[in-house]
Each structure stands twice: as C-alpha cells, then as structure tokens.
Design a protein around this ligand. Sequence first.
Ligand code: PGA
Length: 314
Amino acid sequence: MHLTLRQLKVFETVARHLNYTRASQELHLTQPAVSMQVKLLEGSLGAPLFEQLGKRIHLTEAGQEVLGYARSITQQLDELEGVLNRLKGLGGGRLRISVASTANYFIPTLLGSFSRNFPDVTVSLDVTNRETLLRQLGENTVDLVIMGQPPTEADVEAMPFLDNPLVVVAPPDHTLARQKHISLARLQEETFLVRESGSGTRIAMERFFNERGMRLKTGMEVGSNEAIKQSVQAGLGLGLLSHATIEQELSLKRLVVLDVEDFPIMRHWYIVHRRGKRLSPTAEAFKEFLLKDAMALLRAQGGAQLRASRLKRR
Ligand code: PGA
C-alpha cells in the first residue's frame, strides 16, 4: 500500500463533511486537488471510498473502515507529538477538549487558569451538544470531553470533578417566588420550558420526574440555556437549569431559584475519555488540574459552585 498521511487527512476531512467543497475550504486546497488525493487513496487501497447517491456523497463500507483507521492514525500522531514535546522538555502541546453546552458557563474560567500555568499550550475548545460529544468519543477525535451525563454503555472512563445542581427557576414576580417548601405536586400546575431532547439537563429532568411517577406540563422545547432563561423571564413558563448557568440573572434579580421539595437535583460534571486512551502529557495535565483544582478555584471566585454547595441537599 502506497498511501500517504496527507491522503488520509484529506480523506478524513471529506468524510467528515461529506462534501468536497467544504473539505477543500477547510484544507485550503482546490476541489480538484482534493478529489485527486481521494482518487489516489482509492487507487492504492483498491476500493472506492465514496459513492454518489443523487446529489450527495456517502461513505462506502470500505470508506467507513478506512475512516476509523484514518482517525486513530491522526490521533496517534498527535499523541506522538505530545510525547516528543515532553522528551524535548517543551511545555507546549495541543489540548483538544469538547464540552456540553452547559459546561461552557464555567470552562472558560478553568481554561484561563490552566493556560496561565501552561502558557505554551494551544487549546481548541468545542462547545457542542451531547450527540456530537458521544460521536467524538466514539471516533476518538478529542483528548477530553466534559459532560454531565456520561454514556453508560460505551467503553469510556468518566471521573466526576464538580457538582452540577439543577434548580427550578422562575421570574421574580412569579406567585411561587416567595414560597417556602413548594411541593413537587404543586409543580404539576405549572408549565415548564424544556431543553431539546438529547440534552443532559433534559435527560436528568425527565428521569427525576419519571422516578416519582410524575408528568410535568411542558410548553416550548427550547434549544439552549440562554433561550430558556429569556423565555422564563418573559413569563412563558418555569425552567429547570444547571445552577452554573444562572449566576448573572440571579445577581441582577432577573430570575429566582424556587424552594422546591427534593431540589436541587444533584448531578456532577465528568471528565470523559475512551477507556485505555493514552492521554497526551498536556491532556493529562489538564485532567489532573480539573480533578485537583477546579472545585476550589470556582469556589474562590464565588462562582456557581459555591452558591450551589450552599443549596440545601435533602
Ligand atoms: P446539556 O448539559 O444539557 O447542555 O447537554 C450537559 C449535562 O448537563 O449533561
């Protein structure tokens, strides 16, 4: 087989986009140059990797196999780069992390602090939904994933490093805003705005109420924490959100946390990677940092986790 790493990279990019134009833009190549690299790869492997169905291209079965290998070869090369950097005594390296959208409310603070200690590390941060996080774990395309709901079935390691309480939020003028010890049953009279299906927050919410044999009245399905907060403020319903997302609204008194029986729903944030993954020294350092320092750091900042830890655990 006379294939080159370059061909694998070009192939991986086309396979990710399933679109030659977008792949060539990402690679800064012309479209014919991209097609040529794919053709050469197909030639040396002796199998077509894409097929055209209508206007769209699809991976053939061989293409899917090659994609898996192309990704793990790229990942191994990155790991090798990290190991060599360490041997050369360089503190640099690349850290590729992907986080659930809700984690984006505290991850920049943590990255800021980490980067001060490791100024030569280049960080690439992807903020995305749970489905993409699971795919990235499966494809081994990131060093570490931060999520609130690690997969149980997949072959992954998940380490909790931070509390993630979920609370019920309302506008300050809501009738329940000043009530103490609101019963769960009372919530059934309210309409809830829910996150999109697949969101970790939504899964936790549904599990909590299902376990108690309860059904909530749900109104709009809203695709982001920000939009839920806006909608709750506009009086469209109550929301159930991670405490980390509402710091600002609480201090500006735009939202209040309701005092509901059995709340907050206590969850955690996890560092997740594939089982047995050989982490680069940089990823290892970031993982250590999260496990050792994240909680204390956010507390010292008076951030979400401090107030969260003051919330009564019942
Ligand atoms: P999400 O947050 O709701 O943005 O997916 C992750 C989680 O809480 O599991």
